[in-house]
Design a protein around this ligand. Sequence first.
Ligand code: ZN
Length: 208
Amino acid sequence: MDLNSRLFDSIRIKPTCDEPKAADAAGCETPGCKLAGLYRAPKGRKAEGQYWRFCIDHVRAYNATYNYFDGMNDAAVQAYQKDAVIGHRPTWAMGVNPATRASKADGGEPARDWAYVDPLGILRAEGVGGTKRRAAPEPVRPRHSAKILRALDVLGLDETADTAAIKAQYKVLVKRFHPDANGGDRSFEERLRDIIKAHDTLRAAGLC
Ligand SMILES: [Zn+2]
């Protein structure tokens, strides 16, 4: 289009009388101000697209105190500002579990069904919940002598038994095989003797 054409000029310089006042003809809306309202200032939230008209001084004053979030509580403001930063889009694909996707992608074992509560994979990384412990291997347990293992076996325990377990088990077995607990029946005497002997062995080794 030729903007310098005579036709275009004629349109521009011939406003009709019905036309609303040109924007720059309106006065500043500050009461008492006689200057032209050359500057627009947004009226605010829930009045989007509506503007006050001010002179330069009054638009500056208005802008200095203008608060778009006036009337919104803090949570709403934060939510709005956060949405503005991320472009009002969800940051993850809805319905897709990142943990599941990641484990399939790297060929690892499928994520367990609790993985949805662990989108960052923190629990998986630490091996909590049954996945392999890669970072923290099992602590090396002291190797017991055959004598100790035999004593533990008499008490019905294995090499993983700690002091508390040994003490508790001993208490249970003594009570079970003691003649006083069996109506004076002495048929368990040999068993009880073995238990006491085993306990002595473990105590001598400092295990209980
Ligand atoms: Zn003014």
